[in-house]
Write a protein that binds this ligand. Structure first.
Ligand code: PEP
Ligand code: MG
Length: 591
């Protein structure tokens, strides 16, 4: 018996966030909407105006609902939505649109577009940067009203609870907000394992399958969809027997999760008594309760760019300070490594979109620390550093710079910290004078000069997501070349081994914080290469810990000795799998 009349369709994609989800699809269109334009008869004027008012009223109601949900969460968002509601009723918008419909005899969508264009032209001439940026708010309001006029869903951020969201792609900002809507799964045409969308899905434990190329052409809103985020399987209109089979698997996974959870308080100690540090990667302090529950020993990477993304208002010094303090308080004495904002490429903020940089290769462009040191980002960087330094007086905190290409960039970033420290001292504001300043190693130029960088950085964190991207010249979010995105490529292992050695020689700590740190099968490789600290999505902590507790550092080092002689990633993977299976055999033998 089939749950639906339509035949079952099974597709294989990249499983990027484990878990089984079953629910109704909610399809988000690929294109941004265009306002249809046509002339109308004089008799239709009143109907068009009525349509416009109806869409405005519907938009107002939707915003009021969103606001209800946000009320206790985030005050600034709450106020922004109130401002959007006011815009909806502004005479300059509605009155002008009505005027166009009546006088030019055009449809409501066109009239509204013309009224919006008039307003945004005025915004373009405003000198004040903050006010000029409000143009995007007008567009946001327009988009919602237009969707209501066209009877389309009102955007990617309002799927019904428990929906499986299906999209060509999702921006990291969309994904970050989707968890609040309590969606049960994500399915996309585009994307790779370390796309930020995938990372966020893992952080919020939303099962997700990406890289399905054209799944949006095969799924319609309200279709029943089943996804297995570990295996990367998506089944549209599953038969009853298929659903039963996956429900069984779901029960098995929940039971296995409970066993791992019971290891929370056990040390991450290998069988030959080497203690390792397992930290978590977070996008905000709200994730910490769960992270600690999974047994994370602190924060190895706080991606602060999420304070910028999807927020019309940019974070100021106070926001950075409050957020970092909240983080330290929730950690109750455990350490936090806070990365200064890593914006650019696929991680956009309103000020960057407004700057319209027109870069042909944004992944190689004005992003990350380069942006912070440029005129465009410098003031924002300084206010973040002021906020973080002030917070450093409240608990064990380190500051980390992303995408450092070499020693001169590190010196430039440290010079800004010195400038900010001098300002705070002059103002008599407390901060930790000895706050550690470290760097992400995520491009070959940094890995290959790690010995030089180690003389001037207090610690390293290897960002393998980008290190793989830049070493293999493979876009981390491009599904066409994802087969080349290989953490176990011999080039990567040489770079990681080299960085670990440089750090050890200089006596500074080194962590791996890219997604490969959270893959239990890869843990023996990283440990064999000399890594002793790993930072990952909190959900991966128990599994990685279980792996570490079953192995021996000496064996991992011997494994690396053999791996070094191999020429391809596939050969490395096969040898590492053999080792991991031998551990499973030993575990059984001991049981
Ligand atoms: C990385 O590149 O490995 C990393 C951890 O940074 P992000 O994923 O935020 O680019
Ligand atoms: Mg990175």
């Amino acid at each position: 018996m089939s749950i639906s009349d339509r035949p079952e369709l099974r597709r294989q994609g990249l499983g990027v966030s484990a878990g089984i989800a079953f629910g109704r699809a909610y399809l988000i269109g690929r294109d941004t909407l265009k306002a249809p334009r046509h002339h109308i008869e004089a008799d239709d004027v009143d109907t068009e105006i009525a349509r416009l008012y109806k869409a405005i009223a519907a938009s107002d109601k939707q915003l009021a609902k969103i606001k209800e949900k946000l009320a206790s969460e985030n005050e600034s968002d709450y106020h922004i939505i109130t401002a959007h509601q006011m815009m909806l009723h502004d005479e300059h918008l509605v009155g002008a649109a009505v005027g166009y419909i009546r006088e030019d005899l055009i449809n409501a969508e066109w009239g509204l577009r013309k009224a919006v264009d008039d307003i945004t032209r005025v915004f373009d001439q405003i000198e004040d940067e903050y006010l000029r940026e409000r143009k995007t708010d007008v567009e946001f309001v327009f988009e919602r009203a237009l969707r209501n006029l066209l009877g389309r869903d009102t955007g990617p951020l309002s799927p019904p609870p428990d929906a499986i969201v299906v999209a060509y792609d999702l921006s990291p900002a969309d994904t970050a907000q989707l968890h609040k809507a309590a969606v049960s799964g994500l399915v996309t045409d585009a994307g790779g394992k370390t796309s930020h969308t995938a990372i966020i899905a893992r952080a919020h434990e939303i099962p997700a399958v990406v890289g399905l190329e054209n799944i949006t052409e095969h799924i319609e809103t309200d279709d029943l969809v089943l996804i297995d985020g570990a295996a990367g399987i998506v089944i549209v209109n599953p038969a009853a027997a298929t659903v039963a089979e996956f429900r069984e698997e779901q029960r098995r996974q929940v039971a296995a999760g409970a066993v791992l959870h019971s290891m929370r308080d056990l040390p991450a100690r290998t069988r030959d008594d080497v203690d390792l540090q397992l930290y978590c990667n977070i996008d905000g302090p709200d994730e910490l309760e769960d992270a600690l529950d999974y047994g994370a020993m602190g924060v190895g990477l706080f991606r602060t760019e999420y304070l910028f993304m999807g927020h019309a208002q940019l974070p100021d010094e106070e926001k950075h300070y409050q957020t970092a303090v909240k983080c330290l308080e929730r950690l109750g004495g455990l350490p936090a490594t806070i990365r200064t904002f890593d914006l650019g490429a696929d991680k956009l903020a309103s000020f960057l979109e407004d700057a319209k940089l027109e870069e042909a290769n944004p992944a190689l462009g004005l992003r990350s620390i380069r942006l912070c040191l440029s005129e465009l980002g410098r003031d924002l960087f300084k206010s973040q550093l002021r906020g973080l330094l002030r917070a450093s007086a409240h608990g064990p905190m380190k500051i980390m710079f992303p995408m450092i290409s070499g020693v001169s960039e590190l010196r430039a970033a440290k010079a800004v910290v010195d400038e900010v420290k001098a300002e705070l001292t002059a103002e008599g504001i407390a901060f930790d004078e000895n706050v550690k300043l470290g760097i992400m190693i995520e491009m070959p130029s940094a890995a290959l000069t790690a010995d030089l960088l180690a003389q001037e950085a207090d610690f390293f964190s290897i960002g393998t997501n980008d290190l793989i991207q830049y070493t293999m010249a493979v876009d981390r979010v491009n599904e066409y070349v994802s087969y080349l995105y290989e953490p176990l490529h011999p080039s990567l292992l040489r770079l990681i081994g080299g960085v670990a050695k440089a750090a050890k020689d200089a006596g500074i700590p080194v962590t791996v914080c890219g997604e490969m740190a959270g893959e239990p099968m890869i843990a023996p490789v990283l440990i064999g290469l000399g890594i002793r600290e790993l930072s990952m999505s909190a959900v991966s902590v128990p599994e990685v810990k279980a792996m570490l507790r079953s192995m021996n550092v000496a064996d991992c080092e011997a494994l690396i000795g053999r791996v070094k002689k191999l020429a391809t990633a596939a050969e490395v993977r096969a040898m590492v799998s053999d080792y991991v299976f031998s551990l499973a055999g030993q575990r059984k033998g001991r049981a």
